[in-house]
Design a protein around this ligand. Structure first.
Ligand SMILES: N[C@@H](CCC(=O)N[C@@H](CS)C(=O)NCC(=O)O)C(=O)O
Length: 202
């Protein structure tokens, strides 16, 4: 299996954490996306131009990140990160959707402010995306008690979102006023899979 990655992508991090928790990381070859042309995107194996993608020995290429994570989970005899059905699955997938949405808002803000040519960013849309991040954080602060002891794709995605906030938006100090979430993150992020995947410039 071949994973196209970027070392700073929070979506790639979620896949790598999943692969490590699943005991499968050693079976995956990695190669970096190509950042030379913004119009092509960074991953020719994915028509959307995004990382991550996972190319299987069969020739199939899987994306996006949650599809790859679910596939790895199915291959694993070590963990079960995706409840099979019913309200248990719906709860975990909703937590995942929240965390991925917050991560995407942060990533879009980062691109808007750091990767666009001077003067092309949109302060109004950037502020809208910040509201999504802040509301997501407030929701997690209120609900962290319901997932604090769980290891699943939802909690992995939340940890990767918070790690990305620390990496790119540490000046916005997401921990302020959110002691429960901060305490959960402190404990959850001590897992070796998260320790070994901290973004390089953090
Ligand atoms: N929903 C996608 C999001 C992936 C994504 O946004 N990847 C970013 C890096 S964090 C990317 O490849 N951006 C390059 C581009 O869009 O050109 C997933 O979960 O895989």
């Amino acid at each position: 299996m071949k994973l196209c990655y970027s070392p700073t992508s929070p979506f790639v991090r979620k896949v790598v954490v999943t692969a490590m928790e699943a005991g499968l990381f050693d079976t995956i070859e990695t190669y970096r996306g190509d950042v030379s042309d913004i119009f092509k995107g960074i991953n020719p194996a994915n028509p959307l131009g995004k990382v991550p993608s996972l190319t299987l020995d069969s020739g199939d290429t899987l994306f996006d990140s949650v599809v790859i994570c679910e596939y790895l989970n199915e291959l694993s005899d070590k963990v079960d990160l995706f409840p099979a059905k019913g309200i248990d699955r719906a709860r975990v997938m909703t937590l995942h959707a929240l965390a991925d949405g917050m991560t995407d808002a942060a990533y879009q803000r980062r691109m808007d402010s750091a990767a666009m040519p001077e003067g092309e960013g949109s302060p109004t849309w950037n502020a809208r995306l910040r509201v999504a991040m802040e509301n997501g954080l407030d929701h997690l602060e209120k609900t962290v008690g319901s997932f604090k002891d769980d290891l699943n794709i939802g909690t992995i995605a939340v940890a990767c979102a918070l790690g990305y906030f620390d990496f790119r938006f540490s000046h916005e100090n997401w921990r302020e006023g959110r002691p429960q979430l901060a305490a959960w993150y402190e404990s959850f992020s001590s897992r070796p899979s998260l320790q070994e995947t901290v973004p390089p410039e953090a």
